[in-house]
Ligand binder design. Structure first.
Ligand code: UD1
Length: 385
């Protein structure tokens, strides 16, 4: 007897959770009506703290993972290898037809390579982003994941062009928009109903996040960035929810002083974070996803990096690459504080329907979708690629 087509959706680290939420929700809707597919959620456990993981499942109403690999931290090789070994067993037991991976973390790379080597089809959500910076571990993860994936779901046309320039044929690329924005739009009202922390007023503070190894792992890079943030905090209240990696470095390098103006807090979960960002005057960050969220929220974003894999947030959105020179960071922050930024617009298909587009395409891949003939054609081609 033919069993139901099976999908495994993988999430591993904090930025993955908002990307899988709309896909799981859309599978839920479709599955309730059809009951014809099986969908399992695998959490690799790359992020494991309540504040880095569990709180996101609660805030985003994601079902508890069917399987948790509990991988935890380690060097890149250790973490990637442990996910690969554990996920290989899952694929052998579960025999999925498709594995769906999102983003660019070590779990994304590990699960895509493992599945493809076992002959399982792989779909990559957020494919084709390129920073052209091979010192970023995420860039290596993006390149390898895209190379082995059968189906590449992109967030914008530039990402599709990157893939085409690397020789990927059109029939493997599907421009679906941005699932992280689905999650933002779905949860914005809930986030806005939360009160602001005491002492902050609407548009009267800045939010900072910083966690890239290139920015926080050495005192030579972290100290000037932290001093720039301190200078900004002398002009406007600064709320800084610090990633565990950053907290460790600030402690280790002796940068935490009493009497600082910066409000350094523990990482916050999704709803309070979106609440903070959506009412801020501007955001200073080195994150990837926040560049996209601020573009949709129309909040100025100063990105403390020299490159971005999300250039559309600069050309259409509110993002400014300020690099890591402290003087430039402070100068730009004061400029934005006094004058704001010019007009911005929202990229095409960042409209809240990306998860549905992805699930429609995936169902077509197993012959179950009757909507959208082009996707059904695509699926046939993909299955034989
Ligand atoms: C990872 C991703 C990065 C993503 C970031 C978002 C990779 C290569 N990097 O980086 O793309 O932007 O997540 O947060 O996959 N730690 C905790 N608790 C946790 C998780 C981590 O204390 O729940 C600590 C670890 O012990 C480690 C540090 O944070 O010391 C870094 O964690 P790690 O998973 O190595 O990478 P991230 O910097 O979080």
């Amino acid at each position: 007897m033919k069993t139901r087509p099976k999908f495994i959706v993988v999430a591993g680290a904090r930025p993955n959770f908002m990307k899988i939420a709309p896909i799981m929700a859309s599978f839920g809707k479709n599955n309730i009506t059809s009951g014809k597919v099986s969908v399992k959620l695998v959490h690799t456990g790359q992020h494991y703290d309540r504040k880095m993981s569990d709180d996101f499942f609660t805030d985003l109403e994601i079902q508890a993972p069917d399987i948790n690999l509990a991988i935890g931290s380690g060097t890149h090789a250790e973490q990637t290898a442990r996910v690969m070994m554990a996920f290989e067993q899952i694929c052998l037991q579960e025999k999925p037809d498709w594995v769906v991976v999102v983003g660019d973390v070590n779990s994304t790379l590990a699960c895509s390579v493992t599945a493809r080597k076992l002959g399982v089809n792989v779909a990559h959500v957020e494919a084709g982003l390129r920073s052209r910076d091979m010192s970023m571990p995420e860039e290596i993860n993006r390149l390898c994941t895209d190379a082995v994936s059968n189906l590449l779901f992109t967030t914008d046309e530039l990402a599709g062009n990157n893939l085409r320039n690397e020789g990927v044929s059109d029939d493997r690329i599907d421009f679906v928009g941005n699932t992280m924005i689905d999650t933002l739009l779905r949860n914005l009202n809930k986030a806005l109903s939360l009160p602001l922390p005491a002492g902050l007023r609407e548009r009267g503070y800045a939010v900072v996040t910083l966690h890239r190894p290139s920015n926080v792992d050495s005192v030579e890079t972290l100290r000037p960035l932290f001093h720039a943030i301190q200078k900004v905090a002398e002009q406007i209240p600064v709320v800084f929810p610090a990633h565990p990696r950053t907290q460790n470095s600030l402690q280790k390098f002796g940068l935490l002083k009493t009497g600082m103006d910066i409000r350094l807090i523990e990482p916050v979960s999704y709803l309070p974070f979106i609440s903070l960002v959506s009412r801020a005057c501007f955001v200073l960050t080195d994150s990837g996803g926040i560049q996209e969220e601020t573009t949709v929220l129309k909040i100025p974003c100063l990105t403390m990096r020299n490159n971005t894999e999300r250039p559309i947030t600069c050309t259409l959105g509110t993002n400014i690459l300020v690099g890591t020179d402290p003087e430039r960071i402070v100068r730009t922050a004061f400029d934005v504080l006094n004058h704001g930024i010019g007009k911005s617009s929202i990229p095409p298909k960042w409209d809240g329907a990306s998860g549905d587009r992805i699930v429609t395409a995936l169902l077509a891949c197993v012959g179950l979708s009757d909507s959208g003939i082009p996707r059904a054609v695509l699926a046939k081609k993909v299955a034989t690629s």
